[in-house]
Design a protein around this ligand. Structure first.
Ligand code: GLY
Ligand code: MN
Ligand code: MN
Length: 544
């Protein structure tokens, strides 16, 4: 039996240990913003997914891969948005399993979800930052069952018994970290072997098979869908069963083909749909983050408008916007910034941003800040010298009118395509009026859609169905007239896009990025204002 003094020592050391641990947790907490989504949010999302999973199924999701930039430098890590939505976990090399019904482990433990994460590792943490490890995942992310990723391989899960195993199609672009037997590469391999996924498994073919078999879809519609799904990859049409199906003249013949499709519980088609159902409408917590992302992106646009000068470069414009949103604590761009002066604006996803001098060009700036995972997607197009030319103004005002018509179509119950239809009608009509096209002529001056969902992804998941309250979409018509177009030269090189993030509410819509000036008058007025950056003068470089 230990003496009294020994006990006292043990108690004192334990107390000091607890205090130090708490202080270290508190200090770590001070290093992070306090307004991330809560663990309650992520936990509730997991249970919402569980409720819509097919009976006797399991959904298996993986963290995003680490991407190498060059040599021994990786890109800044960004979690897969579905994984983040369901967990709040921001580290790589993890796998999540959500079961439709409760499961019992060999040791009689009941569970309906499991997560396997990076282990704690003092040495690695010194290089790349603190890892949560299973214990913090349990206490901070509200998981009952969390394990080191090295335990996944031996964890006994009988995948054969599930009617459906839901997962996202595999991409063959993950590096294998040689010294780690439980990195993402291995976790996927282990899953493939546990779930008996054949080495020649082709997710795209499987998705088409499930459309072919779906009793709810009418025969002709199925053919259209199969054709649409294989358009990007015509090799798929050479699959014998798909080929036979497409050649079938009637439903009976097509069923002879679909009967030959091997039964399988592997399903890569359902999970994207279910995640789209969940992510399409935003909760109160998500709306708060989206409002901030949109507002800081709009403030950034205002500051750029004030600061822009003809002798600035596209890169500098990008930098000013980034400086502003980072001042508000928005971590990254939600997508690579697009700053296209003059003809560069005609390249829809121009991300070089290398033009050294803006001159009197119209500058198209598609700039979205990401705040705690949620990104805005906001575009303004402004004249670098502060004044629109006559031609620029005419094109600008057509796009503005089209955008306004798009806004008005953002009503609960309207088809997803309604803003596009409204905007396109205006653009076609007005382009004919100013003589850029003939009336009724088809053209490529507005080559993209008007709307997409926006949220954790810039092109967010959704169902594409009629609008529901608390959905956020972009409304972003544009006109792009490249050099050499079949119209008067005076229009060449003009590119205009105006893009805002629109929240669809019970009784209308709200422009979350509306703080950024949109009309010609407002833009010119804002550009005439002084900027704090007018006085931010840097020395000439000796080496230049
Ligand atoms: N920024 C990409 C887009 O507007 O869709
Ligand atoms: Mn955009
Ligand atoms: Mn967009």
């Amino acid at each position: 039996m230990a003496k009294k003094s020994t006990w006292r020592k043990i108690i004192t050391i334990t107390r000091i240990g607890i205090i130090l641990f708490s202080v270290s947790i508190a200090l770590q907490a001070q290093d992070k913003p306090s307004d991330y989504l809560t663990s309650d949010f992520h936990q509730e999302r997991r249970s919402s997914l569980r409720k819509i999973l097919p009976q006797n199924s399991v959904a298996v999701l993986f963290a995003n891969p680490v991407r190498n930039r060059a040599n021994d430098v990786d890109y800044v890590y960004h979690q897969d948005p579905d994984f983040y939505y369901l967990t709040g976990y921001k580290e790589p090399h993890a796998v999540l399993l959500i079961f439709s019904e409760s499961q019992k482990s060999a040791s009689n433990r009941i569970y309906n979800e499991l997560i396997f994460v990076q282990p704690k590792n003092k040495m690695m943490e010194m290089w790349t930052g603190v890892r949560m490890g299973p214990e913090l995942v349990k206490s901070e992310l509200a998981f009952e069952q969390a394990f080191n990723n090295s335990e996944f391989n031996d964890y006994n899960i009988d995948f054969d018994k599930f009617s459906k195993i839901l997962f996202f199609n595999f991409q063959n672009d993950i590096r294998d970290v040689e010294y780690d037997q439980a990195d993402l590469f291995d976790l996927k391999d282990q899953f493939k072997s546990k779930a008996k996924i054949p080495s020649d498994f082709n997710g795209s073919t499987q998705r088409i098979y499930s459309v072919m078999k779906d009793p709810k879809i009418e025969f002709e519609r199925k053919k259209q869908m199969v054709f649409g799904m294989s358009r990007m990859n015509p090799r798929i049409l050479s699959d014998p069963l798909i080929k036979e199906f497409m050649e079938a003249k009637d439903v009976e013949l097509s069923m002879k083909t679909t009967d030959k499709i091997p039964e399988s519980n592997l399903d890569v088609g359902t999970l994207p749909q279910l995640m789209g159902q969940l992510r399409e409408t935003k909760s109160k917590e998500e709306l708060r983050l989206m409002r901030i992302a949109a507002e800081v992106s709009a403030v950034g646009q205002i500051e750029v408008m004030k600061a822009m000068k003809p002798n600035m470069s596209e890169t500098e414009v990008q930098g000013i916007h980034e400086f502003v949103f980072k001042k508000y604590g928005a971590e990254y761009e939600g997508y690579p910034s697009i700053v296209g002066a003059g003809r560069n604006g005609c390249i829809l996803h121009y991300i070089d941003n290398t033009k050294p001098r803006l001159g009197s060009d119209l500058v198209l700036m598609d700039l979205g800040a990401e705040y705690h995972g949620y990104t805005a997607d906001v575009t303004r197009t402004i004249p670098a010298d502060g004044t629109f030319s006559e031609e620029q103004k005419i094109i600008y005002n057509i796009v503005l009118e089209a955008q306004q018509a798009g806004f008005e179509a953002c009503k609960v119950g309207n088809e997803f395509g309604a803003p596009n239809k409204a905007a396109k009608e205006i653009i076609d009509k007005r382009l004919a009026e100013v003589g850029i096209i003939e009336e009724g002529e088809s053209h490529f001056y507005f080559p993209h859609g008007t709307s997409h969902y926006v949220g954790l992804d810039v092109h967010d998941r959704g169902t594409g169905g009629p609008f529901k309250p608390n959905t956020i979409i972009t409304v972003e018509p544009g006109i792009y007239i490249p050099d050499g177009s079949d119209c008067d030269e005076k229009w060449w090189g003009i590119a205009v896009r105006i893009e805002d993030d629109i929240l669809i509410t019970e009784d209308g819509w709200k422009n979350l990025s509306g703080l950024a000036p949109r009309t010609v008058e407002e833009i010119e007025k804002t550009m005439a204002q002084r900027s704090a950056l007018d006085d931010f003068l840097l020395p000439d470089l000796k080496g230049k």
